[in-house]
Design a protein around this ligand. Structure first.
Ligand code: FAD
Ligand code: PYC
Length: 416
């Protein structure tokens, strides 16, 4: 790290940020790659990075219609946890958690992973039964988890209203100490820089408009910059996955919905953990800048607009004020939305498809940021080997035919 004197700080503060080195190249697309990744969000960039780093496959392009990390990666509220109920999901998210724990060192880029703990509140007897069950299941899988009583909750979050006379009184919570938040942009930039340094071409402003398929096998992608050939194509396009599948001639069991978030004006530090409530239905943390970062569930209708409806904003803020009456006069600064791709069992799809050489990694819905390194890691292995990584194997599209669903609606944290 560079240290500046007071004068140096002033000089750099007033400079015009000239002659900064680019973090990655701006290459012209090659005619042919070994692997094309469609979608330059965190998952796509992580996939490219691990393809190059772990599997030595460097003739790779990431094709992004906008700018790197500008989709859900830039729009999410950065909660990272691994406290899922069923073994298959818990193993996948815990794999990601272990990668998070070494990610800044691995990328040599500070992703500001802050393990400040995540609390999931219970407001009814059934909530508490579910919490006990999930924490027990987590512990059996070696994942940290505790059940907190009201007194323990108040010690961690003294400003939350835990009085017994609330409409939905807080009765307890699950608590994952290793969970927390990370800096979303830095995650995309760190993976992008790492992938570029290993030879991956990052192609921005390059939109996939179709697939060239012959004899049931993918030959490459049609784009607004022309055809680009590849032996293998991996689609990691979140809310646009259904659109891409349609281009390839099949249907995915995903629905795209708006998911909104809000940030308040910055305040002095008041909340140093993450609080989520499925039941009252809102969640809140405080960013390093001081804003309250707030969200809830999806808007109920399907759509590709990156915004959302007013009733969801009102409902979300009602929930936060129900939990934290002390925040009732805090002003909201910004609101935005992303497009999330939800599946019937609230679990992702990491899978081969009916088209040879074409794979999809999607369906992360409202909760894929936390999986970013793990998703990229197992998808890279899946693309490199041409068959599912063991941790990805339960998440193929076949489960919607066989019925072997992994229902994680309870652990999803926000409704969808
Ligand atoms: P994206 O970042 O969306 O990347 C997909 C990319 O594909 C986009 O950049 C898009 O432009 C590109 N693309 C699409 N179509 C094409 C095409 N035809 N050609 C080329 N490129 C294309 N998850 C959590 O774990 N914790 C949270 O706290 C959390 N909060 C959230 C809050 C909000 C408001 C939202 C919207 C989401 C939240 N999520 C959260 C979910 C999380 O953001 C996503 O699951 C995750 O970021 C998905 O990453 P991705 O890289 O797959 O998608
Ligand atoms: O999956 O933990 C989560 C989450 C929080 C906010 C949105 N998704």
């Amino acid at each position: 790290m560079q240290h500046y004197s007071g004068f140096g700080l002033l000089k750099h503060g007033l400079s015009h940020h000239e002659n900064w080195q680019r973090m990655w190249r701006n290459p012209v697309p090659k005619a042919q790659y070994d692997v094309i990744i469609v979608g330059g969000g965190g998952h796509g960039l992580a996939t490219a990075y691990y393809l190059a780093k772990v599997h030595g496959i460097t003739n790779v392009a990431v094709v992004e219609k906008g700018w790197l990390g500008g989709g859900n990666t830039a729009r999410n509220t950065t909660i990272v946890r691994s406290n899922y109920l069923w073994d298959e999901a818990a193993w996948l998210y815990e794999h990601a958690m272990k990668l998070w724990e070494g990610l800044s060192q691995d990328l040599n880029y500070n992703v500001m992973f802050s393990q400040r703990g995540v609390m999931n509140l219970g407001h009814t007897l059934q909530d508490m039964r579910d919490i006990h069950r999930r924490v027990n299941a987590n512990r059996l899988n070696g994942i940290d988890g505790e059940v907190l009583d009201v007194k323990q909750i108040q010690e961690i979050v003294p400003h939350m209203d835990c009085s017994a006379n609330r409409r939905y009184p807080v009765m307890g919570a699950s608590w994952q100490p290793r969970a927390g938040v990370a800096r979303h942009d830095a995650v995309a930039w760190g993976f992008a820089r790492g992938a570029d340094a290993l030879g991956v071409d990052l192609l921005q402003q390059t939109e996939v408009t179709g697939f060239r398929i012959s004899g049931g096998k993918v030959l490459g992608v049609e784009t607004n910059r022309g055809f680009i050939g590849a032996k293998t194509v991996g689609c990691v396009a979140a809310g646009n996955s259904g659109v891409l599948a349609k281009m390839a001639g099949f249907k995915l069991p995903v629905e795209s919905h708006p998911l909104q978030a809000l940030v308040s004006e910055p305040m002095k530090p008041i909340l140093d953990t993450v609080v989520m409530s499925n039941h009252v239905h809102g969640y809140v943390s405080q960013s390093d800048k001081g804003d309250l970062v707030i969200g809830a569930g999806i808007d109920g209708y399907n759509g590709y607009g990156q915004r959302g409806s007013y009733p969801t904003i009102e409902h979300t803020l009602q929930a936060i004020v129900e939990l934290f009456p002390i925040f009732s006069r805090v002003r909201m600064n910004r609101q935005w939305g992303g497009i999330v791709d939800t599946t019937p069992d609230a679990c992702p799809i990491i899978s081969a498809t009916p088209v040879g050489g074409l794979f999809f990694n999607c369906g992360w819905g409202t909760g894929g940021f936390k999986a970013t390194p793990g998703s990229g890691h197992v998808f890279a292995a899946t693309l490199a080997e041409g068959k599912a990584h063991p941790l990805a194997a339960p998440f193929t599209i076949d489960r919607f035919i066989s019925g072997k669903l992994i229902d994680e609606h309870g652990a999803a944290g926000v409704a969808h």
